[in-house]
Design a protein around this ligand. Structure first.
Ligand code: AMP
Length: 404
């Protein structure tokens, strides 16, 4: 589908064609028509997906007919480099329109930025700290602001900008369009989005895999040899309702059931090596509630459609990230609540990162007291290991509902 069909004005179509863009990227296809309608958006999109054009083109289109040299669009970004890049995009895509843009970030003199702000620009791209400096000095007038973009929101939060962003939000007019883009939509990003959009109906785009709303996902960091002990502890403390435990192999499922029985926990295995009649009996017992805990392999679990499953435990992280979505989909069926616990040993973090990438969210990492792993949990931003966050200690909170 060519750009011309997205509803963009000819000046913008011309600019992107001159840039050599033949077709919109998936995030542009989804975001541009919605943004042109003035909708609030939450976009799960990483750098390199074309997200800058996805928000910049609609901004330019909206601002083009209005009163010029008035601050009407603000784009908050985490770094100076990104501020410069986004500023360049505004200039490139807007080259056939008569709009002005300026970047505001720290580490350089304030004076040129102050002049630009005082003189009046249509679009400001800013890092939060320096923008606040200007706000405190009375250099910024937000009274005509129509659009706010929070770009790379996850990085902004990782860099500790949450209080600054909140202060900026409280200085903006309520009636505005807000778009938030983030590589991952963690609970923190989600909370920021809800604050920034204050109850407006927002549209989520860019999610490739969806899991049910009612599922709380938690990662438990543990050493491999301690996994079965952790599982036993979790099962002993678990609430009413059935639990489905996933292992990667049939052998692993059998071994785990033997261990749990030895620990006095009733559990049954279900996998492809069991006779069909045996599988059926086990499933019937599970469905009726006679059997409480089922240990299954992925293939055997396909047909398990039991409403009472309150908890899914991934004893092993699945090899295929899509399998995670299928596994946790066994709980929180039909609008119910459910808990998805994944026990992660140090060798499984990369696979877990694939799952989080697919789902577009990062999950909280927890540690069970007495079962602390020898290697600290890998935090979502693996690229920045110099600022490790301590893992929270879990108080066997299993099944007490969502913490939102
Ligand atoms: P971004 O994800 O916004 O950082 O963009 C990544 C790169 O993709 C930039 O260099 C853009 O110039 C380029 N780009 C954005 N949209 C398109 C498109 N529709 N076709 C080809 N390249 C694009």
């Amino acid at each position: 589908m060519p750009f011309a069909t997205l509803g963009l004005v000819p000046e913008l179509v011309r600019a992107v064609v001159e840039e050599g863009y033949a077709h919109p990227t998936p995030v542009q296809l989804e975001a541009i028509p919605l943004a042109l309608e003035g909708r609030d958006l939450i976009g799960s999109a990483q750098t390199g997906t074309g997200k800058t054009a996805a928000f910049m083109l609609p901004i330019l289109q909206r601002l083009a007919p209005g009163k010029k040299h008035t601050l009407r669009a603000l784009i908050l970004v985490p770094t100076r480099e990104l501020a410069e890049q986004v500023l360049q995009s505004a200039r490139t895509y807007g080259r056939h329109l008569h709009l002005t843009a300026a970047a505001v970030y720290g580490g350089v003199g304030m004076e040129p930025q102050t002049r630009a702000l005082r003189h009046g620009v249509d679009i400001v791209v800013a890092t939060p700290g320096r923008l606040l400096d200007h706000m405190e000095r009375g250099h910024v007038d937000f009274s005509k602001l129509e659009i706010l973009v929070l770009d790379e929101a996850d990085r902004m939060l990782d860099m500790g900008f949450a209080p600054d962003v909140r202060r900026i939000l409280s200085a903006l007019p309520d009636k505005r369009q807000t778009m938030l883009f983030s590589a991952t939509i963690s609970r923190e990003v989600d909370a920021l989005a809800r604050k920034a959009m204050s109850g407006h109906a927002s549209v989520e785009i860019g999610r490739r895999a969806q899991t049910a709303e009612g599922i709380e996902h938690v990662i438990v960091a543990v050493d491999k040899v301690q996994k079965r002990g952790v599982l036993a502890k979790i099962l002993r403390a678990k609430p009413e309702g059935q639990t489905l435990v996933f292992t990667r192999t049939k052998y692993g499922a059998d071994k785990l059931v033997t261990y749990l029985k030895r620990e006095g926990i009733a559990a049954h295995a279900i996998h492809g090596d069991k006779a069909q009649s045996h599988r059926q009996r086990t499933l019937d017992a599970f469905r009726s509630g006679v059997a409480d805990t089922l240990v299954a392999t992925d293939i055997a679990a396909r047909g398990i459609d039991v409403d009472g499953i309150r908890m899914v435990v991934n004893y092993d992280v699945p090899n295929d990230p899509e399998a995670y979505v299928h596994r946790v989909g066994r709980t929180a069926r039909a609008g119910a609540r459910g808990l998805a616990l994944t026990l992660i040993s140090p060798d499984e973090w990369l696979m877990m990162a694939e799952v989080e990438k697919l789902i577009g969210r990062t999950f909280p990492r927890e540690v069970i007291p007495g079962f602390e792993p020898s290697v600290p949990p890998l935090q979502p931003r693996a690229a920045a290991p110099e600022v490790p966050k301590p893992a929270r200690s879990v108080r066997m909170r299993v099944g007490r509902g969502r913490r939102r």
